[in-house]
Structures are given as structure tokens and as C-alpha cells.
Ligand binder design. Structure first.
Ligand code: ADP
Ligand code: GLC
Length: 473
């Protein structure tokens, strides 16, 4: 059995701001079927500390980045966790990354350097009797861990996964030792990036294997258009980069057992769920498709484009329900759009409501400008809520576009549009309404969508295979 230490800044069921938490929370259970045992190292935010049951200290440090710290071990939420209890860094209310003013905490570099440094210590000395065979680091918050290990002369196999290259953990390089980094390694071959320290680049250079969360995003990352300045680094390491598609937790996202759904075993069941959703949001019955969005409201997600293209849906009797929060301008834009009688908007974060939207909608809209993988289109497939998506990253890899050929062969599962922009989105919404007006075609697509494998099995096997390679190469 391979022992893996997974290092992440968020993890379901403890704390979540996006899909990283879903992946970090679901992958360990899937890997258990592959003879891999995962322990997950997490920061001890208040929400994490509160959920711990029977936690036992396994490591103590007099000082870690300005205060005492311990690592607690527990089994809870279905996971084996190691929690970095460092109140001076993590005992703060609200969003895990942002202070009360909505900006990043000024010491985020130190907070996540601490997480990475402790991960490296566990790699070097173990946590009591347990030692990892492989370190698996997620995103920039864990990116310095492989660098600390290499600087200490350790060859412990490391895998670095990029969930989103837009976040790189950049910080001024005035004093690398402040982050416990070796100043002699401040170079382009390690953690230096255009004169700054980049935690993500550190991981990309020092890890043995790099992965990202879809094959298409792996290819995109090596281009200037999507690599966000790190494309050269990724091209340099191309033979060590793999795209492994995310899955979803099919126990949590299960249309048959979902507690938010009353009856859902057939399309008739869907009609009931849709009616309940319309009632909940005060929308009238309408002849067009009911579209839903569940998303962070950010530039990445392309939802500004949807605001512009909305008439193409509404003029055909379509409706829209949006659940999301983020950029104040987008929030205001959707609030204004909700003045239309066929549009409803809930600004906020609500897990239970997200299930009701995805279950009751006819289509889920994900017009992202870039999308490393994306999870909501996968939920949509499983619930027969057809995805309309930008042709990019994981959205390209998981949806089969309703092209004439795919419709002829009866394999289509959704709609993809390209290039991701206003005109193509308008055309895609028109296409959606055309398909909706052909009930047999729509039903066939729903059946295809629900047959797609969206669980973790295949991808967990791919990670297990990678860990084995990392151990032997
Ligand atoms: P990203 O990680 O870029 O935000 P993903 O599609 O991978 O995108 O994951 C987003 C996750 O967050 C999904 O599980 C989605 O359902 C959830 N989510 C996003 N916004 C909300 C919201 N407002 N309320 C509830 N869940 C949300
Ligand atoms: C990131 C990406 C998203 C991906 C998620 C989990 O937040 O934006 O596309 O699904 O990570 O890997």
C-alpha cells in the first residue's frame, strides 16, 4: 500500500471556496480502492478545528512563522487528516484567504509557506510512526513543499497538481529566508519568477511529476494564451506533465438519493423538480428551457458574456436562475438582470440550493474563458441537465457537442461554443432553444448525458499509477 501525504488549503467537508476542496475531499476515498492510503494535511482554520473529533497531537514546533504550532491527527469526515494547528496563522474568522476588507490577508505568503514547510517536515521525519512514500501538493498554497524538501537534500517523490494557474502565490523576494527558503536557490531553476518568489513555480520546478485536472488544460498550460507566464516552465517540464480529469463524488451528487430532490427517477421526476424550483424562485411556467448557473462570479467564468447574450435565451421563452457570488460588478449585473420576469438570482453560497438548481434545470450554463476542469458541468451530466459550455480545458474534454454528426450518431451530451465570446454564446443559446424545441432529440441527449462516466474510478487509477511511477523512477 502506498502512503500519500496530500497537502491542500481547502477540503470538503471541512472548508470550501471552490472545486479544489471537492477534489481534495473525494480523491482519498477513490484512491483507497487503488491500494493507496492518503492522509490530508490541512490548515487549522476555525471550521476545521471545530470538526475535529478525538484529535491527537503528533508533532509540535516551538515556532513556525511567528508562533507555536502542532500537527493534530484525526479521522473525521471520512478522511484521515493531519491538521496544522497554528492559531497565529489560521485562527481567523471569515473567508480562508481574505481579510475583512475583502483583500488577501497580507501574510498569505507566510501562512501557506508554513503549511508547505510543515508538509516538508512530515516528509523528512514523518509524523510519529507514519511516513509518506509520496507527497501530493495541490496549487500554490502547497507549492513550496517540494522546494523545502529538495533544499534539505531529500529525494522524496513529489507530485504537484495545478488546479488553476491564475493563482501563483507571488511575493516580493526581499528576503527569501523570511519564508525559510534557501537564498542560494533564488534562481530561474527553482523558485525565482521575474525577480519575485513564486510558490507555484517552486513546486513546478521541484516536483517529480506535474499534473493538471484535464488533458486539454495540460496542453493549454503550455501556450502563452493560457499559461499566464508559466507556459515556458511547463513546456520545459512537458515530459513530466499529465492531465488527469477530475471526477465528482457520485455519492453526494446522486439524482436517485439526493435529499434535495423528491422524485427524480425519470424525466417526469425532473418535471416535478423543475416545477418546485420555479415556485421557489417565483418564475412562471414557460415554454423554453430553464437554464441554471452555479458559479463563482469572476472573469474566468465568462458570465459577463451571458449578461450580454441573455436576450437570445429570453426571447425564445427560456429562463435563467443564477446562484453565485464574487465580483461586485457581476453581482450587480445579475441583480439588475433579475428585474426581468424570466430571470431569478440568488447572490450567495448555498450548497443545498446548488443541488436544487442542478436537479431542476434543463440546462446548466458554463461559458468560461478558461476552465482547468470544472465540476458543475459534470453534475449537470449526471442529473440530465445539459451543459452549454465554452470549448476550453475540462469543458472541452467532458461534453460531446451537439454537432450535426454527433446528433446523427446519437452521442451528443451538450453544447460547446468557440471562440468564447459574445457572438458564439448567442449562437449557442439559439442552438440550445432549437434543440429544446425537438423533444425527442433533447431526451436522447439527456439519456446520453446521464450515461457518461463522471465518477473518480478512472482518474483515481491514473493517480495511483503516477504515484507508482514516481516511486520507481
Ligand atoms: P472553481 O473551482 O473554479 O470554482 P469548479 O466547477 O471546479 O470551479 O467547482 C466549483 C464548486 O463550487 C462546485 O462544487 C460548485 O457547485 C460550487 N459552487 C460554486 N459557487 C457556488 C455557490 N454560490 N453556492 C454553492 N456552491 C457553489
Ligand atoms: C479550479 C478550477 C476548476 C477545477 C477545480 C478543481 O478551481 O478553476 O476548473 O475544476 O480547480 O480541480
Amino acid at each position: 500500500m502506498i502512503q500519500v501525504l496530500s497537502v491542500t488549503s481547502e477540503c470538503v467537508p471541512f472548508v470550501k471556496t471552490g472545486g479544489l476542496a471537492d477534489v481534495a475531499g473525494a480523491l482519498p476515498t477513490a484512491l483507497a480502492q487503488q491500494d493507496v492510503r492518503v492522509r490530508t494535511l490541512l490548515p487549522g482554520y476555525p471550521a476545521v478545528m471545530k470538526s475535529l473529533v478525538k484529535a491527537a497531537p503528533v508533532l509540535r514546533f516551538d515556532t513556525v512563522f511567528g508562533g507555536p504550532a502542532r500537527v493534530l491527527e484525526a479521522t473525521c469526515g471520512g478522511l484521515d487528516v493531519l491538521v496544522l494547528d497554528a492559531p497565529h496563522l489560521f485562527d481567523r474568522p471569515g473567508n480562508i484567504y481574505l481579510g475583512p476588507n475583502g483583500a488577501d490577508w497580507p501574510d498569505n505568503a507566510e501562512r501557506f509557506a508554513a503549511l508547505s514547510w510543515v508538509a516538508a517536515q512530515i516528509g523528512l521525519q514523518g509524523a510519529q510512526t507514519w511516513r509518506p512514500d509520496v507527497l501530493h501538493c495541490h496549487d500554490w498554497q502547497a507549492g513550496l513543499a517540494p522546494e523545502y524538501l529538495r533544499a534539505a537534500g531529500s529525494a522524496l517523490p513529489c507530485v504537484m497538481t495545478v488546479h488553476n494557474i491564475a493563482f501563483q502565490g507571488l511575493t516580493p523576494a526581499l528576503n527569501p529566508a523570511r519564508l525559510k527558503l534557501d537564498p542560494d536557490r533564488f534562481s530561474a531553476d527553482a523558485y525565482e519568477f521575474y525577480g519575485k518568489i513564486s510558490a507555484l513555480k517552486a513546486g513546478l520546478m521541484a516536483a517529480d511529476w506535474l499534473t493538471t485536472v484535464s488533458p486539454s488544460y495540460a496542453a493549454e498550460l503550455m501556450t502563452p494564451e493560457f499559461g499566464m507566464g508559466l507556459d515556458g516552465v511547463l513546456r520545459h517540464r512537458a515530459n513530466r506533465l499529465r492531465g488527469i480529469l477530475n471526477g465528482i463524488d457520485t455519492a453526494v451528487w446522486d439524482p436517485i438519493t439526493d435529499p434535495e430532490i423528491k422524485t427524480f427517477k425519470s424525466l417526469r421526476g425532473k418535471a416535478h423538480t423543475k416545477a418546485a424550483l420555479r415556485t421557489e424562485f417565483g418564475l412562471p411556467v414557460s415554454a423554453g428551457p430553464l437554464c441554471v448557473v452555479v458559479s463563482r462570479l469572476t472573469e474566468q467564468k465568462g458570465l459577463d458574456l451571458l449578461l450580454g447574450a441573455l436576450p437570445n435565451l429570453l426571447n425564445r421563452g427560456g429562463q435563467l436562475i443564477v446562484l453565485g457570488s464574487g465580483d461586485p460588478k457581476l453581482e450587480a449585473g445579475f441583480r439588475a438582470a433579475a428585474k426581468h420576469s424570466q430571470v431569478a438570482v440568488h447572490i450567495g453560497y448555498d450548497e443545498a440550493m446548488s443541488h436544487r438548481l442542478i436537479a431542476g434545470g434543463d440546462a446548466i450554463l458554463v461559458p468560461s474563458r478558461f476552465e482547468p476542469c470544472g465540476l458543475t458541468q459534470l453534475y449537470g451530466l449526471r442529473y440530465g441537465t445539459l451543459p452549454l459550455v465554452g470549448l476550453t480545458g475540462g469543458l472541452a474534454d467532458t461534453v460531446i457537442n451537439a454537432s450535426p454528426a454527433a446528433l446523427d450518431r446519437g452521442v451528443a451530451t451538450g453544447i460547446q461554443f468557440h471562440p468564447v465570446g459574445d457572438t458564439a454564446l448567442r449562437t449557442a443559446l439559439d442552438h440550445l432553444c432549437d434543440l429544446w424545441s425537438q423533444p425527442d432529440v433533447w431526451r436522447k441527449m439527456v439519456r446520453n448525458a446521464q450515461k457518461q462516466p463522471v465518477g473518480w474510478d478512472r482518474s483515481a487509477a491514473a493517480y495511483a499509477e503516477l504515484y507508482r511511477e514516481a516511486l520507481t523512477s
